[in-house]
Design a protein around this ligand. Sequence first.
Ligand code: 13P
Ligand code: SF4
Length: 337
Amino acid sequence: MSEVIEIAKTELNQKGYLDIDIDPTLDLVHEINKLKKEKNAIILAHYYQESEIQDVADYIGDSLGLSQKAESTEADIIVFAGVHFMAETAKMLNPTKKVVLPDLKAGCSLADSCPAPLFKKFKERYPDHVVVSYINCTAELKTLTDICCTSSNAEVVINSIPKEKGIIFAPDKNLGAYLIKKTGRDMILWNGACMVHEIFSHEKITKLMHRYPGAKFIAHPECEEHILTMADFIGSTSQLIKYTVNNEAISFIVATEAGILHQMELLSPTKTFIPAPPTNSCACNECPHMKRNTMEKLYLSMKYELPEIILEDWVIQKGRKCIDAMLKISVDAGFKA
Ligand code: 13P
Ligand code: SF4
């Protein structure tokens, strides 16, 4: 067995995860819960994770809640059931703790759309501007950022910047355009986008709205403007969930990654949730990066404490500042995990 583990470890770089056979009769939920206790580990999961992973997590949240929870945890090991930039953020907030991600290749198309060396050159064209980056970006991009934001607190973050200051917003042009509308601030936008939130079909959503006349249409601000203009409510994942709990409507058409439906259905079992359809018939409203994590990979990452997030010291020190700035603004504005 140990030889198998050594081979699996050497393969980590190519595969991104530990590829070790697991006894198919093993009760993974039981084993994961046992490992949590033995290792004083906490599982933080995003709403886009598969349902089984959400059910075994200690905390499920949006990007802001997950960062706040990562900052305050007393666990020795943080197991991040989400994507790479989220686990990197947890590591920056906990440089002395071990942070593991079940699959290192669980990336993010938004983070990929903004390579730090290109952004550095772009930023040089606007030397007096404040750089606000959506948290969906690499740790290296965070070293070039003044204040981070998430979809929950983006408006508050933008409004905290003095009116006379110019702003560069990266990497999401859709969230950026939405924020320009909401805040009235004229921002320079980086041309990035999320592959999952750009596939919703205006035509198919219109048809659905006719079929379910009482349904509310709700959307994440990473969607394109022509989709957002149709929405009854726009918000981060946690804000969308809260809306479905508090609103008296009994059906909701949901334009974001389909994993969110699990919590919506758990919290409002008598309501109907319809995933907004994409332009073609594939399952494109599932994030292929988020869905790289599986229960098997989660279990293995906890058992062997691999793959681990490792960041250079200078990246942690420099990149953390924009996260700290965001967390301070969020606490002052009353955001709590
Ligand atoms: P939230 O912070 O709203 O959960 O967004 C995370 C994300 O990746 C959306 O695509
Ligand atoms: Fe990134 Fe889009 Fe996946 Fe969110 S849904 S993690 S923004 S690729």
